[in-house]
Design a protein around this ligand. Sequence first.
Ligand SMILES: *Cc1c(COP(=O)(O)O)cnc(C)c1O
Ligand SMILES: [Zn+2]
Length: 409
Amino acid sequence: MKYVRNYRCTLCGETFDREEKSLTCPVCGDKGILDVEYDYEALKGVLTRDFFEANDNYTMWRYQDVMSVDDRFIKGTLRVGWTPLYEANRLGDVVGVKSLMIKDEGLNPTASLKDRASAVAVVKAMEEGYDTVACSSTGNAASSLAGNAARVGLSTVIFVPERAPQGKLAQLLIYGAKVISVQGDYRDTFELSKAAIDHWGWYNRNAAINPHLVEGKKTVALEIAEQMNWQVSDWVVVSVGDGCTIGGVYKGFYDCYMLGLINRIPKILGVQAEGCCPFYTAYLSDEPLKPTEENTLADSISVGIPRNPVKGLNAVKASGGTWITVTDEAILEAMKTLGSSEGIFGEPAGVTGLAGLIKAVQEGIVTPDESVAMIVTGNGLKDVKNALQAAGEPIKCEPDIEALKPYMV
Ligand SMILES: *Cc1c(COP(=O)(O)O)cnc(C)c1O
Ligand SMILES: [Zn+2]
């Protein structure tokens, strides 16, 4: 918190004092998403490579100096972050790139990258004296909020669309959340949660409109940079729904760059599902985002009206990257490829990045002499139904070794 300089509205550019309590721009209202700005000059003397070498806090909070939280409330939270970054050159060879690294975010405590945002949400809620936190979500934001809140003794009210996969729903109920399954799509779910939050005055964990949450999500990029020993790859690949994750990925690398820890920002490849690709369409047409259908099995990125269009679009543009879309078939195929070649089980949105990378190499967007880091954003056990569809059938065999032999050749 100490190094937060001010907030800046991503729409009108106006800056606001760091004591500002409104989560969105007081001038523009709800669409005026704020960005947290830091005093990089002062931080440069603090967050050096030596600082990190001596830092033995192996959680996302090792970056707390470049976050907008009060460190008094960090103790007691679930252990989030410092997930492994694997070298995956066998898969890299198959895909056709010089080097491939995989960041497995499915190993966070509630099994997705969303824990990085939810951990911040519960810390902010405690800072401001709330006892209940609420959000709407396609699944992971909700299940991760419920888990992170339970750990620190906060109550949660969660709004999910009807189509949320069972694994995520089970997590919610086990973590003791009050779960409202809204009979409608994600838009209806979001609007109802907003009305209820306004009415009952809970803390709002809706990622897009809460600027602190992107500051949590960005720690994935800070970790990737540090785990690569500050020699970042040419590309970083991430799947996109609301646009907060990709916005956070860019912000993390931007921080590193501004602090002099890295000398360039990787190109960011934003991957969407063909059946729900408002970012991709806006990028191609060079027009503002338009609402689209939500037609993909990758539920976590099935977002027809992204709530963070400015940060999402800017991430790709400012990094010199690009957008790509993939079919649901390619997503299921990527799930099997990743699991069988590297032992990493991702949910559909978690492996969408791999499907996008494969296509980007085929199209010459990513070239064979380039290095790539790919983020697997969520664990496959959350959505067993789609995993089984991707995996195919087991061998059915009589309990007799002679019957087994033909299958073993
Ligand atoms: C939320 C989520 C994403 C996308 O993040 P956005 O901020 O919505 O763009 C990708 N993968 C998984 C598994 C997620 O839960
Ligand atoms: Zn504004």
